[in-house]
Ligand binder design. Structure first.
Ligand code: MG
Length: 248
């Protein structure tokens, strides 16, 4: 039976050096992703390497908030199948080009929403300027398509409250947009940036070719749970956001 593993990346398979060291104890850290300058920025802890070894021979499909360019900076693991990026807004085909059936739909939606992205950025510029540069916000694009607005906080600075970000959406009546918050990262997600919708689309494509495929999901954030629920089995790291909300 073929095995497909839909996996989140940051804080699931690897994390920053500081968090990796806390996870690894005195175990070695292995570089997993680089920054724009090519220096190692994210690392596997030994338990994450062991988990990847367990899935040796399975098809790994990333399901990540990273855009295609940021995914290209991931050096481990290697992905040779489809890739889901931009919190589910984009799907790349096996050959590395945007998946045609998916891309056409997203592009039309993104074009329609482009003025709204600009308006939301103006609102954040007005409201959050006093907190810059401790808070940073910008539009993330993927394959030249606007996919979401990211909001980040510097180390030791709390993120804006989820309710504050929600109020930015509410002020424009955007009921179908969502706020994602985890650690020092937040995002304002348009309806088409949906990991579960992208995973469902690929599951249908894959199952049409190989109906008995076993689907396994890996993820750490609350925003991962909708696609984890679609899989036959789901795994979450110890002390992840999902783990903490379910078991502590
Ligand atoms: Mg994550």
């Amino acid at each position: 039976m073929p095995i497909v593993v839909f996996t989140d990346l940051d804080d699931t398979l690897f994390q920053t050096a500081e968090k990796a060291a806390a996870r690894a104890g005195d175990g070695p850290l292995i570089a997993a992703a680089h920054d724009r300058g090519g220096a190692p920025l994210s690392f596997h802890a030994p338990d994450q390497i062991a988990l990847l070894e367990l899935f040796d021979g399975a098809h790994l499909i990333p399901v990540t908030g990273r855009n295609g360019a940021a995914l290209d900076r991931v050096v481990s693991p290697r992905f040779e199948s489809f890739r889901i990026t931009g919190h589910g807004a984009m799907i790349y085909d096996v050959d590395g080009a945007p998946l045609a059936s998916w891309h056409a739909r997203i592009q039309a939606e993104a074009m329609r929403l482009e003025p709204l992205f600009e308006a939301l950025l103006r609102t954040l510029d007005e409201q959050f300027a006093p907190r810059a540069p401790a808070w940073r916000w910008r539009l993330i694009e993927d394959a030249a398509v606007p996919v979401y607005i990211t909001v980040k906080a510097e180390a030791n600075v709390p993120l804006p409250e989820a309710a504050t970000l929600q109020s930015v959406l509410d002020a424009r009546g955007l009921d179908d947009w969502r706020v994602h918050c985890n650690g020092r990262n937040a995002a304002l997600l348009p309806p088409y940036a949906c990991k579960a919708a992208a995973v469902r689309h690929l599951m249908e494509l894959i199952a049409a070719q190989a109906p008995r495929t076993l689907f396994i999901g890996l993820g750490d954030s609350n925003s991962d749970t909708p696609y984890l629920k679609l899989c036959h089995f789901a795994l979450t790291p110890r002390d992840s956001q999902i783990h903490q909300e379910l078991w502590t």
